[in-house]
Design a protein around this ligand. Structure first.
Ligand code: FUC
Length: 779
């Protein structure tokens, strides 16, 4: 330990985060005109987009399981008989032939659209006339409440909306500061497949069955609206409720479906109207104050674990869209970035709570019947990216829905492995959805890629690394790592050209190259493309690490060790770039949005300056090449690049790309845009910011976690503080920095253990007991 640099004090409490204001409110001075300006609330299951209209207000509603379908794509039983032929074609340089064999003999037809759908709209037609003044609509991330306020004809109106994880309802509280000022017509509707009726004078029911224009009948749903006015008169007619002259009004919305997450093909048999009614009955016995209180306590239990202050140079009195516009014009606004970071955490808490379905391509917020890419779970980057911030940003339990889905895919994925590939273990391809199908579908360019499963198993191991939960490792992580490893062992074949083990035929996700020796014929499939090999390396090394901790030494572990030792590793091309494929093919799109061959840099840990310095220059050249040709043009692609540069410890480039995410891929409500809206960029961007502040993916030669502080801190964030970020090895970090250097750092250990703290090239070893904290000062 270098005592001149570090002074270590053991203290009980950290007071280092200071009291400076935290950015936590998105706000606007006009109602939303478009959905991408509306503000999201959610409880993991029920979502709402709040527009903040004045005379008319629409709240677009979601329930996470409102899906059309089945049918789902079926496996091509026996497809494996053709695969050896396609492999031989590739080894003989006949790429066009290989693409064609796989397309014809292996891929199943895509069934689309068959989409996640909107639950519908709550329409409020207020009997208001005149010019509103003092208008403001906001989303408070700490309170998890969307609020609209304005003055009209001398009356101050307040409308608050939240989705309670405690009571499982959406609450809309409408208030006015003068009596009898509340008159409104209420209705529920949906673009298709719905019926409505009133029950008594205070309730509207809407029900139906999701379909795609009458095809693919899917989940049956019901939503109920209960109106509880304070005074005034209420009548119900033609499916609407009319409230007039009330002093205030509270609306409760409940929703239920017959979707059975455990067995999607056996719908639940509960009576949907009874489930909704029961939820409404329960809340009608509570005060709204109590509901708000319980909702916020539960939200803040998760949300308040992390604080971030990047110097707050922004002006919180300027509406969020104007601050975003200023960044688009070139300004720096660390405060808005801070808000974006916390928004990512807010969106994760609001779309992925334990017991729910995981966050899909739009989280849970979707206005369409036919959403882009069906708003499904795309497992060739997007679904995983949704969960990149979850551990580092101290929201470990929000990972649960991801694990549940993956485990549900083991059974169908084993059937696909057997039927399509004649392999053991389980396999998932580039996408899946709530119907738990796993077949390769559509075009080989995206569909012929059996790695969704292996990539996702990485998350199980990461969850263990961050939490130290050995029971999880033994009962959940190891078994699923083993299932995906079984598939990989069978799937790998020997490349006759090198004698090494390679994957294939497979696509480097969604990319293409010109087949050598042809007149620029575009092809997609290769043997041993870099990403496949890197994911296999990751999967095998994760399995071996888990086996060592669990003291498992059996034939299977020995087989994995042997395969790992014979695995073909990514190569560097004659132009100095990391090669995306096994050969130096001519690329069709040099700026392709997927940067799959850099998986080993992030989210993998195969490449690092410390452990594989010889790859670093090649990786930099690969990223530069992509960027020079228009790469990063989708929000998620840009978010990935931020993480790459954070891992490369290049603060300038990490920041430049973070800023570009704001400039090119962000809507006024700070939703990420592919375009269209895709939530992965919100989550990937937040993860990238965390990765700029702390990294813990490396181990030293004794297997101790290395925690790197401020590895990619940009010049525009010279002073700041963060609390509650988590690291591998089970540590939590509070840190204050000044002039770019850590000043006061508190490390606490969940389970006890040692680590190495690294600041620049200075290192210190720590050994903490479970629950112990140490403070490092005077850097
Ligand atoms: C991947 C990407 C697309 C899109 C889709 C949902 O396949 O290549 O750009 O994000 O997922």
């Amino acid at each position: 330990m270098n005592k001149r640099i570090f002074a270590i004090l053991s203290i009980a409490l950290s007071l280092i985060t200071g009291t400076s204001a935290q950015e936590k409110i998105l706000w606007y001075d006009k109602p939303a005109e478009k959905w991408m300006e509306a503000l999201p609330v959610g409880n993991g299951r029920l979502g709402a987009m709040v527009f903040g209209g004045i005379e008319k207000e629409t709240i677009q509603l979601n329930e996470e399981s409102v899906w059309a379908g089945p049918p789902v794509p079926e496996n091509r039983n026996g497809a494996w008989k053709s695969i050896a032929k396609a492999q031989a074609s590739i080894f003989n340089g006949k790429y066009v032939e290989a693409d064609s064999i796989m397309q014809t003999d292996v891929l199943s037809p895509r069934i689309a659209p068959r989409s996640y759908q909107t639950l519908g709209n709550l329409n409020m037609d207020f009997q208001l006339k005149g010019e509103a003044e003092n208008y403001r609509r906001e989303l408070d991330l700490d309170k998890a409440i969307a609020k609209t306020t304005f003055t009209l004809n001398g009356v101050n109106y307040t409308r608050e909306v939240f989705s309670s994880p405690v009571d499982q309802v959406i609450v809309v509280k409408l208030s006015a500061d003068k009596p009898k000022s509340m008159s409104v017509n209420l209705s529920l509707d949906r673009p298709a497949d719905f019926e409505v009726a009133t029950v008594g004078k205070n309730k509207i029911r809407m029900w139906g069955q999701a379909s795609q224009k009458g095809k693919h009948p899917g989940v049956k749903y019901e939503a109920q609206l209960l109106a509880v006015p304070n005074g005034g008169k209420t009548i119900a007619e033609e499916g609407n409720i009319k409230v007039s002259g009330a002093n205030g009004l509270t609306l409760f919305i409940s929703a239920a479906t017959d979707y059975n997450a455990d067995e999607p093909y056996s719908p639940l048999t509960h009576t949907l109207s009874a489930v909704c009614a029961k939820q409404l009955k329960a809340v009608s016995k509570k005060t709204v104050e109590k509901m708000v209180d319980e909702h916020q306590t539960e939200h803040q239990r998760l949300f308040r674990r992390v604080t971030l202050n990047l110097g707050n140079s922004g002006d919180v009195n300027v509406p969020t869209n104007k601050r975003l516009e200023a960044i688009k014009q070139g300004a720096d606004d660390p405060g808005l970035m801070q808000l974006f970071f916390q928004y990512g955490r807010y969106l994760l808490i609001s779309s992925s709570r334990p017991g729910n379905l995981p966050a899909n391509l739009q989280g849970i917020w979707n206005q369409h019947l036919s959403a882009p890419w069906n708003s499904d779970f795309h497992t060739n980057i997007n679904f995983q990216m949704n969960y990149w911030p979850v551990e580092i940003c101290n929201l470990s339990e929000c990972h649960e829905p991801f694990f549940d889905l993956l485990e549900d895919l083991v059974e169908p994925g084993s059937k696909t492995a057997k039927e399509v590939y004649n392999c053991d273990g389980f396999v998932v391809h580039h996408t899946t959805d709530v119907w738990h199908w796993t077949a390769p579908i559509g075009k080989v360019q995206y569909g012929m890629w059996p790695f969704g499963s292996s990539w996702c198993t990485q998350h199980f191991m990461e969850h263990y690394r961050f939490t130290g939960d050995k029971e999880f490792l033994a009962n959940r992580a190891y078994p699923i790592l083993k299932e995906s490893s079984k598939f990989l062992l069978d799937w790998l074949s020997v490349d006759p050209r090198s004698g090494k083990l390679v994957s294939g035929p497979s696509t480097s996700p969604e990319n293409k190259f010109y087949a050598p020796g042809t007149d620029k014929e575009m092809v997609r499939l290769d043997m041993g493309n870099a990403m496949d090999q890197e994911i296999i390396w990751d999967n095998f090394t994760n399995l071996l690490e888990a086996a060592a901790i669990l003291e498992i030494e059996d034939d299977f572990v020995a087989d994995v060790k042997t395969a790992l030792a014979n695995l073909s590793l990514p190569k560097i091309g004659s132009d100095g770039r990391l090669m995306e494929w096994s050969q130096e093919f001519e690329e069709v799109d040099a700026g392709h949005r997927h940067m799959s061959h850099l998986f080993g840099l992030y989210p993998g840990r195969q490449f690092s300056e410390l452990q594989t310095p010889y790859y670093i220059d090649a990786i930099n050249r690969s990223i530069d090449g992509r960027l020079a040709n228009g790469g990063g043009h989708t929000g998620w692609s840009r978010a990935w690049i931020i993480n790459f540069f954070a891992r490369l410890q290049n603060p300038d480039k990490a920041y430049e790309n973070l800023k570009a995410l704001f400039q090119k891929s962000m809507a006024d409500n700070l939703f990420d845009m592919h375009p269209p809206f895709q939530i992965d960029g919100n989550f990937g961007g937040a993860a990238g910011m965390a990765e700029m502040l702390v990294q813990s993916h490396l181990k030293d030669e004794n297997g101790e976690t290395i925690i790197q502080l401020l590895p990619a801190l940009p010049k525009v964030w010279p002073n700041g503080n963060v609390s509650g970020l988590c690291t591998r090895g089970g540590f939590t970090l509070d840190m204050k920095w000044k002039n770019g250097n850590p000043e006061n750092v508190v490390i606490s250990s969940k389970n006890g253990g040692s680590c190495k703290i690294k600041v620049g090239d200075k290192t210190i070893s720590l050994n903490l007991k479970a629950g112990e904290e140490q403070t490092l000062t005077r850097f």
